[in-house]
Design a protein around this ligand. Structure first.
Ligand code: HEC
Length: 212
């Protein structure tokens, strides 16, 4: 019998926690049950309002300018030549920027990023049959069309940076060097679909494939 109280209390807590507070947003500020000196609440910390006035600083502004020579993340000047993907005439550039070395590690990085950001639509092999196709994203092109196979690297880079029609831009998710890594991996995918027997140089692999 004495368990009845416990069970009732448990059921009440369970019901309230499961049903009562699901995603409820309060518009009124929370009640402060404990005194401010005992449990200081972040609500009441002294803070200037954006674009407000301040008597603390000599210029009377609450907003501070970034320290001189501050560089926004990923915007270091040194990276400038990576940003554009265009040649000196302003056309989409072929090949990779001089600062980029396409090695296995770089490709591997591109592969990871590709799997996260591109494969859902373009698919693991780049034929445009990613999972989103089943949900109605029909217009995803295959990388293995002549047009995309011969497209300059700079143009692929530009599509990643700025998006194209229904494809979102990825500039906020991939740093310039990462975009180039993805471009390199797209090239690898295209190459993989265009293999010729003469490309296999390893003797053991030739034997496995039954090549002379
Ligand atoms: C939400 C689905 C989606 C994702 C994710 C996506 N794409 Fe696309 N992509 C598209 C669609 C749709 C098009 C066709 C756009 C058009 O031409 O209308 C396209 C076009 C392209 C093209 C061809 C552009 C052209 O000029 O024809 C390239 C190259 C490309 N995507 C690369 C990528 C890369 C690399 C990633 C990952 C960083 C990526 N896409 C992520 C949907 C997607």
């Amino acid at each position: 019998m004495r368990n009845v109280y416990l069970i009732t209390a448990f059921v009440c807590v369970a019901v309230v926690s499961l049903l009562g507070l699901r995603g409820t947003r309060f518009t009124a500020p929370p009640l402060d049950v404990f005194p401010e000196w005992a449990f200081p609440s972040m609500e009441f910390q002294p803070r200037p309002k954006p674009q407000g006035a301040s008597r603390f600083f000599a210029d009377g502004q609450a907003d501070r300018r970034p320290v001189q020579h501050t560089v926004a993340r990923g915007m270091l000047r040194d990276d400038d030549h990576l940003f554009l993907g265009r040649d000196s005439a302003g056309e989409f550039a072929r090949g990779f920027p001089a600062a980029i070395t396409v090695d296995p590690e770089f490709l591997q990085h591109g592969r990871e990023r590709y799997a996260i950001y591109c494969a859902p639509c373009h698919s693991e092999v780049g034929d445009g049959n990613g999972i989103t196709k089943r949900y109605g994203m029909g217009a995803t092109p295959s990388y293995h069309d002549e047009r995309l196979r011969t497209m300059p690297e700079g143009e692929i880079y530009n599509t990643i940076t700025n998006g194209k029609n229904t494809m979102m831009p990825y500039a906020d998710k991939l740093a310039p060097a990462e975009r180039w890594a993805v471009v390199a991996y797209v090239r690898a995918l295209q190459r993989a679909q265009m293999g010729k027997p003469a490309d296999v140089t390893d003797a053991a692999a030739r034997q496995t494939l039954g090549l002379p």
